[in-house]
Design a protein around this ligand. Structure first.
Ligand code: CP3
Length: 354
């Protein structure tokens, strides 16, 4: 974060007061900032209406839809940050990888990657591949005013899993078989995807995103030693490149209790914590970094007072952190009632820190 490069856009002066950005930098906040992973899309009726008859990837390539869908949860909930509407596999699609996002399934890749030649066939990402991203982020930066936009990318391991398995996987067996058994192919693939992720983040930041989140959703499948040897250096390179753009970096994964220290060391300003790990335990290992999280996403189905009582415990635990950004411990569940997220947002923002 030390050497901000010139961006094409002058940041809105109101961003200086953003509770989200202050928390991400470890500064004093007026209230605990809150946003939700997967707040855009999924549960909102206005999203479902807009998406009718439009494929997921198509909606990620239309600047007008990206802009509107990103704004919907900000209007509805009044959250402290917007998250860019896209997907972790969108950059692969943009460079020409034959893939689709199947409703209820997730990303599906037509020809899974197995060899060095398969890796070499994937082009690097340039801004020319994603003009709709530059256009949408620019429009959003104007519309959002003092609300920061979080850009994001999938981390190399999680994206590699979709490319190698050909679709969603529980065990990540083929992915790990490549990691353990074909280190040259693995290294080339991780470098390729890491380069694409870094370029994708750079496009978003240069166009006006104020922070980035690297999603390594499936890293929890790894032992700390394997993560450190085969994955962390590649994520670290992505985070280092994002750091050179001068924006705070959040690094998130699921089931990562035993990886949180390493995920911080990889170059995060804020470590995202899923709901299984108490924030107190996370704080003990992330060092002098902020934390983000971590209400169990199913608590929105409990009575509102039960949900907010848990939220209060998390806010209290977060006070010991260098900075705390409130979030769910993973993405919003599609059947979530928007009114519960609205109540949760108001509760977190109104919780007295004094
Ligand atoms: O708030 C947001 O939703 C921002 C946009 C966003 C999407 N995907 C849109 C999306 C973000 C940040 C993601 C990240 C993403 N995509 C991750 C990491 C986050 C996580 O949940 O761990 C992963 C692993 C993916 C891959 C992916 N894409 C999955 C597993 C799915 C779900 C498949 C399903 O339908 O159950 C998708 C599809 C997807 N990405 C949807 C949305 C809104 C749903 C598709 C639809 O609405 O038709």
């Amino acid at each position: 974060m030390s050497n901000p490069v010139e961006t094409t856009r002058t940041p809105d002066p109101r961003l200086a007061d953003s509770a989200f950005l202050k928390a991400a930098r470890g500064e004093q906040v007026p209230h605990t900032p809150v946003w939700y992973m997967r707040q855009a899309g999924r549960s909102l009726p206005e999203y479902l209406a807009l998406r009718e008859g439009v494929g997921m990837l198509e909606s990620c390539m239309r600047a007008d839809l990206i802009t509107e869908i990103t704004l919907q949860p900000v209007r509805r909930y009044g959250v402290d940050a917007a998250v860019f509407f896209s997907d972790i596999v969108l950059p692969l699609k943009a460079v020409g990888v034959d893939l689709d996002i199947k409703p209820g399934v997730g990303p599906v890749v037509a020809s899974p990657v197995r060899t060095l030649a398969d890796v070499a066939a994937i082009p690097d990402l340039t801004p020319e591949h994603v003009p709709f991203i530059t256009e949408a982020v620019g429009a959003l930066a104007g519309e959002l005013g003092g609300t920061p936009l979080i850009g994001f990318a999938g981390a190399p391991f999680t994206v590699a899993s979709y490319l190698v398995e050909g679709g969603p996987s529980k065990e990540h067996a083929k992915t790990k078989a490549m990691m353990f058994g074909a280190p040259d192919v693995w290294d080339a693939l991780m470098r390729k995807i890491g380069g694409i992720a870094a370029a994708f983040l750079a496009v978003q930041v240069r166009a006006g995103a104020s922070a980035v989140q690297l999603f390594d959703s499936w890293a929890g499948a790894l032992t700390p030693a394997d993560y450190a040897e085969h994955v962390m250096p590649h994520s670290a390179r992505v985070l280092a490149e994002a750091g050179e753009l001068g924006v705070p970096r959040i690094h998130f994964g699921v089931g990562t209790s035993n990886l949180l220290g390493l995920m911080g060391e990889a170059g995060a300003d804020v470590v995202g914590v899923d709901w299984r790990t108490p924030l107190e335990s996370a704080l003990a290992v992330v060092g002098d970094r902020g934390v983000q999280g971590n209400l169990d996403p199913t608590l929105v189905f409990a009575p509102t007072d039960v949900m907010t009582a848990r939220a209060a415990e998390i806010i209290e635990a977060g006070r010991a952190a260098r900075g705390h950004i409130f979030n769910l411990g993973h993405g919003v569940i599609p059947s979530t009632d928007p009114d519960q997220l609205k109540a949760l947002t108001e509760f977190v923002q109104g919780y007295p820190l004094g």
